[in-house]
Design a protein around this ligand. Structure first.
Ligand code: NAD
Ligand code: UGA
Length: 463
């Protein structure tokens, strides 16, 4: 089976970049990305590809190359489903905010909607690919909907989770550590698996394309995120112990990372991990474990989240304590709002929670982030529902210029590890601040000695 037409439902952080790379690497395949969100599609079709809705290094160039050739963005969901042989489902699967499993389980309503729409529209056999991150055994539910509400055509469900990280999405997609494809072990299932393997084989060497059964693939995605997040919570736990004992967490991380069994990656202590997935996926894992009565397994993984919440709160508490136990009416400047560098995504960013804590203490927060819009920052705070939108907008001043953001502030907090922060004229910033001038480096990216020699009282994480 040769694939010539692909449709992807969901033009978000995964659907957009993933399909752009497939289109770039497979010019013989027509790739149509559809979304219900008209504005998002309009933005993907902006004649100036610098204005596409997702900021990722290298992405606008790929979109410029493939868009209009074999890459299309559209709101015509049914037409795209009808025409495609393969349909990727790449819609959001957020934590449920209502009903059974509230605050833990993944909300699968968008997935179910996609399945129902595919079933309604499909008049020929289709391969349906789970690209979204899903609870293990979701393929069963999708298959049941497709088979019971469809037009009698055959569906093969594959699980093909995405492992890209934001900020490095393009390089991750171009050079993945592995591509994982789970499918049925029936002859039809194997044909479907082979068809998807052939798509990736256009640029990924076959030894990196791993095929498994559907359940292993679904569960591997949750497991990968749980292990990655666990490393951060582990090093963050050590960061607190370092602060009490005179050890330095960066030195500890380096020392343990040189053990080839541990490895050096993902050992940066921080103000806490953010992003749309780590927390949601671990909560989902905890919920799944509990639903099978595996309470010890559930408690084990839940601790990763408990530690992360503690780390965020510990950071805001430290600011308050260091500033003589009161930040009321003090100006505190945040450098960074995105959950990590090189993205405009702010979902679950530690900055939101630290700001919320400090505003509760009546601090005045100023923010500068090179990629995050004013409206996004305010809506992030509004979403917490701690106070009214009007109160939030009075407590948060947003600047386009970092030097202006820092002027007159009592303390600076680094919330995102944007490279540009390391290039600032820190002496100039120091001179414009209230004294004593405090600097809380939530990402350990600045040079403590240099800043202390300027006069800053510098507090990193874990030292
Ligand atoms: P997103 O919110 O950025 O994008 C999802 C898009 O789907 C939205 O634009 C929404 O309008 C659209 N959508 C929802 N229901 C729809 C429907 N019925 N028809 C058409 N469009 C619909 O989400 P995302 O960050 O791209 O994540 C998508 C999935 O991929 C999630 O399951 C996530 O866990 C997983 N994932 C995300 C990342 C990441 O870095 N963001 C990485 C790996 C996996
Ligand atoms: C993460 C995974 O890395 C991807 O493999 C996965 O596909 C994705 O989740 C997903 O499923 O959504 P992402 O959240 O985009 O990717 O970015 P990461 O680089 O993993 O960073 C997550 C958070 O951890 C960020 O806030 C980052 O600053 C923080 N982090 C990361 C640390 O605090 N320390 C580290 O050592 C590494």
């Amino acid at each position: 089976m040769k694939i010539t037409k692909i449709c992807c439902i969901g033009a978000g952080y995964v659907g957009g970049p993933t399909m752009a790379v497939i289109a770039q690497k497979c010019p013989h395949i027509q790739v149509t990305v559809v979304d219900l969100n008209e504005q998002r599609i309009k933005d993907w079709n902006d004649p100036n590809t610098d204005n596409i809705p997702i900021y990722e290094p290298g992405l606008s160039e790929i979109v410029a190359e493939a868009r209009g050739r074999n890459l299309f963005f559209s709101t015509e969901v049914e037409k795209a489903i009808d025409e495609a042989q393969v349909i990727f489902i790449s819609v959001n699967t957020p934590t449920k905010t209502y009903g059974k499993g509230k605050g833990m389980a993944a909300d699968l309503k968008y997935i179910e909607l996609c399945a129902r729409q595919i079933a309604k529209v499909a008049k020929q056999n289709k391969i349906v690919v789970e690209k979204s991150t899903l609870p293990v055994r979701t393929a069963e539910a999708i298959k049941s909907i497709l088979d019971n509400t469809g037009n009698g055509v055959q569906f093969q469900i594959l699980s093909n989770p995405e492992f890209l990280a934001e900020g490095t999405a393009v390089t991750d997609l171009l050079n993945p550590d592995r591509i994982l494809i789970g499918g049925d072990t029936t002859p039809e299932g194997e044909i479907a698996i082979k068809a998807l393997v052939d798509v990736y084989a256009n640029w990924v060497s076959e030894d990196k394309i791993l095929t498994t059964n559907v359940w292993s693939s679904e569960l591997s995605k949750l497991t990968a995120n749980a292990f990655l997040a666990q490393r951060i919570s582990s090093i963050n736990a050590m960061s607190e112990l370092c602060e009490k004992t005179g050890a330095d967490v960066s030195e500890v991380a380096k020392a343990i990372g040189m053990d080839s069994r541990i490895g050096p990656k993902f050992l940066k202590a921080s103000v806490g991990f953010g992003g749309s997935c780590f927390q949601k996926d671990i909560l989902n894992l905890v919920y799944i474990a509990k639903s099978y009565g595996l309470n010890e397994v559930a408690d084990y993984w839940e601790q990763v989240i408990i530690m992360n919440d503690h780390q965020k709160r510990r950071f805001s508490n430290k600011i308050v304590q260091t500033l003589y136990n009161t930040v009321a009416d003090k100006k505190i400047t945040f450098l960074g709002w995105a959950f990590k560098k090189d993205t405009n995504d702010t979902r679950e960013s530690a900055a939101i929670y630290v700001a919320d804590d400090l505003i509760n203490e009546q601090a005045k927060i100023s923010v500068y982030d090179p990629k995050v819009s004013r409206n996004k920052m305010l809506s992030d705070l509004d979403y917490l529902e701690t106070r009214t939108a009007e109160q939030n907008s009075k407590s948060l001043a947003i600047f386009d210029d970092p030097y202006e953001a820092c002027r007159g502030s009592h303390a600076i907090a680094i919330l995102t590890e944007w490279d540009e922060f390391t290039t600032y004229e820190w002496k100039k910033i120091y001179d414009s601040m209230h004294k004593p001038a405090f600097l809380f480096d939530g990402r350990n990216i600045l040079n403590a000695k240099e800043l202390e020699s300027i006069g800053f009282i510098y507090k990193g994480i874990g030292s």
